[in-house]
Design a protein around this ligand. Structure first.
Ligand code: ADP
Ligand code: MG
Length: 589
């Protein structure tokens, strides 16, 4: 007996559906990308589960997606031979949102359609995007390994509830039929569908098939039309993008692939695609995004690296393949050496994984070095007649990118100083700071060193909550007077990160807020003498101050670091800086 059961959507889903259908109608076509990507995920899952259970193929190893439409019935169907769903899975997966980010997603929707549609993929609302173009969706499915009588039909009009019933279904996998709204008839067109598949799903490693059509002249004055031939053809390239030779891949294809794996709607800043051979063999395709995601600051956030083993998808978010401070990098690693049944636990211990992670780290750092090299934020300063290096189009395209990268991810990169000692020199070279004599995050340690005054023996820096606070700090007075540049550090991680960097290229780093600033050779004899005399003259005053501030301070000293201000607080060398103390206090410590 067939019984239909009606279920209500989880409240969040109902709300989401409303938002999706009302805010995304100007970008209707993304539904196809979402549904094909689900079909592809389902095939990946089957391939993976079947590694240990080949019987799941049920004698039909072909994994594919078929896209078809029926003009008269106004339906579009996307069918796959993937893992399929049981009745319970259909209820769970297509009626609730398991992901915690959904509430977040909804609060982020701005009402601006373009911006909102960019957010859609990020929170796994993919399937529901079907309701942008359909007023009813029928899903028929059977999980691989279940009997033919354990198929499921799921039907919904996308508002409030859905119906589920058990059906007979001989073939495993899922077919999703969209009953298109009147204003979505444009998708009942083979040419249009092929164009979209080409645009969004070309890199999908499964064949996507469509039925061939041919032109048939109309009879008895009827207009001609395209008619189906019953023959299916593959309409995408059907080879995983990263497995193709570089020269066969266009920038547009790289960018589209990035958008697909990252759910970012914007093009990445740069990418790097390599086949690495040596102690372990793998293909590496890594991207640096143009913008920081909302949860960048969450260090537990999963890395954006997908792991494949010999083209079989193994897992998303393979954090073992990238150090935490490079968690913003997206991409794919396809290993030739890891076992197919590798688990997260195993990954942590694998020597191959360690080699891959080191290789990835080096690659990302050199991508960044390359961007930094071509950044040329001073390009405008080049005047006619100057001899300029010949700049290739490629190089030109990189202009300004490092500045952009740094404003988005610079603070995360700094975490590397404390996390990756082996590369700390390379990381330090990539850092940029504001300084007392320049604006913006543009000063590298090397720039700073090249401008050091004769006799200056340290790289001076100050940490503060804001740039204004840093600039106006009394600690800076003597440096201003002597024309010595001071780096201004205002990122929360600076204080912590600089604990790990005591020198750059042989020059020590010195906080201007710590200890007795010894300007060494920068101070002339007269100044030194005056300071010594003052210390002598004010000895009784100092003693009284110290007594009055009993328990509050370690010492009271005459200083040469001030010019206009009467007094300032400094921290003992090696002591916790005021900035760090404030941070810890904020954190409740
Ligand atoms: P996501 O793909 O990010 O998980 P979706 O909304 O696109 O989110 O899909 C929700 C869930 O529905 C999927 O995680 C999967 O469990 C299930 N699903 C969707 N489409 C299919 C399909 N073609 N075959 C099997 N399961 C599917
Ligand atoms: Mg999806």
């Amino acid at each position: 007996m067939n019984t239909k059961h009606t279920h209500s959507f989880q409240a969040e889903v109902a709300q989401l559906l409303h938002l999706v259908t009302h805010s995304l109608y100007s970008n209707k076509e993304i539904f196809l990308r979402e549904l094909i990507s689900n079909a592809s995920d389902a095939c990946d899952k089957l391939r993976f589960e079947a590694l240990n259970k080949p019987e799941l193929y049920e004698g039909q190893p072909q994994l594919e997606v078929r896209v078809s439409f029926d003009k008269k019935a106004r339906t579009l169907t996307i069918a796959d031979t993937g893992i399929g769903m049981s009745e319970q899975e259909a209820i769970d997966n297509l009626g609730t949102i398991a992901k915690s980010g959904t509430k977040d997603f909804m609060s982020k929707l701005s009402g601006d359609q373009k911006a909102d549609s960019q957010l859609i993929g990020q929170f796994g609302v993919g399937f529901y995007s079907g309701f942008i173009v359909a007023d009813r969706i029928t899903v028929e499915s059977r999980r691989a390994g279940l009997s033919a009588s354990e198929g499921v039909r799921w039907v919904s009009g996308g508002s409030g509830d859905f119906e589920v019933e058990q059906i007979e279904r001989a073939e495993r996998g899922t077919s999703i039929t969209l009953h298109l709204r009147e204003d979505a008839e444009e998708f009942l067109n083979a040419w249009k569908l092929k164009q979209l598949i080409n645009k969004y799903s070309d890199h999908i490693s499964l064949p996507i098939l469509m039925e061939k059509e041919e032109w048939k002249e109309g009879e008895n004055d009827q207009p001609g039309d395209m008619v189906k031939t019953g023959e299916w053809e593959t309409v995408n390239q059907a080879s995983a993008l990263w497995t193709r030779p570089k020269k066969d891949i266009t920038p547009e294809q790289y960018i589209e692939f990035y958008k697909n794996i990252s759910h970012d709607s914007e093009a990445p800043l740069t990418w790097s695609h390599n086949r690495v051979e040596g102690n372990t063999e793998y293909t590496q395709l890594l991207y640096i995004p143009a913008h920081a995601p909302m949860d960048l600051w969450n260090r537990d956030k999963k890395a954006g690296i997908k792991l494949y083993v010999k083209r079989v998808f193994i897992m998303d978010d393979a954090e073992a393949l990238m150090p935490t401070y490079l968690r913003f990098v997206k991409g794919v690693i396809d290993s030739a050496d890891l076992p197919l049944n590798v688990s997260r636990e195993l990954l942590q211990e694998s020597r191959d994984v360690r080699l891959i992670r080191d290789g990835n780290t080096r690659r990302v750092l050199s991508m960044l070095e390359d961007l930094a090299k071509h950044d040329r934020h001073d390009a405008a300063a080049v005047t006619e007649g100057d001899v300029v290096d010949v700049v290739s189009e490629d190089d030109k395209a990189k202009e300004g990118k490092y500045t952009q990268f740094y404003s988005e991810f610079g603070a995360v990169l700094k975490e590397g100083l404390g996390e990756d000692f082996g590369n700390s020199e390379r990381i330090a070279k990539l850092l940029r700071f504001a300084s007392s004599t320049s604006d913006g995050l543009t000063v590298s340690f090397a720039d700073y060193k090249s401008r050091m005054k004769e006799g200056q023996e340290a790289i001076y820096y100050i940490t503060a909550d804001t740039l204004a606070a840093a600039r106006n700090s009394p600690q800076l007075e003597v440096f201003k007077k002597k024309g010595i540049e001071v780096l201004l550090m205002t990122d929360r991680v600076d204080e912590w990160a600089l604990n790990y960097l005591t020198e750059f290229d042989g020059t020590p780093l010195q906080s201007v807020a710590k200890g007795a600033v010894d300007l060494g050779k920068l101070q002339d004899e007269a100044e030194k003498k005056a300071a010594e005399e003052a210390a002598e003259t004010f000895k009784p005053t100092l003693a009284r101050l110290k007594q009055a501030l009993n328990n509050e301070v370690e010492d009271v000293r005459v200083t040469t670091r001030l010019v206009d201000s009467p007094a300032c607080i400094v921290v003992q060398d090696g002591g916790m800086s005021a900035q760090l103390a404030r941070m810890l206090k904020q954190a409740g410590q």
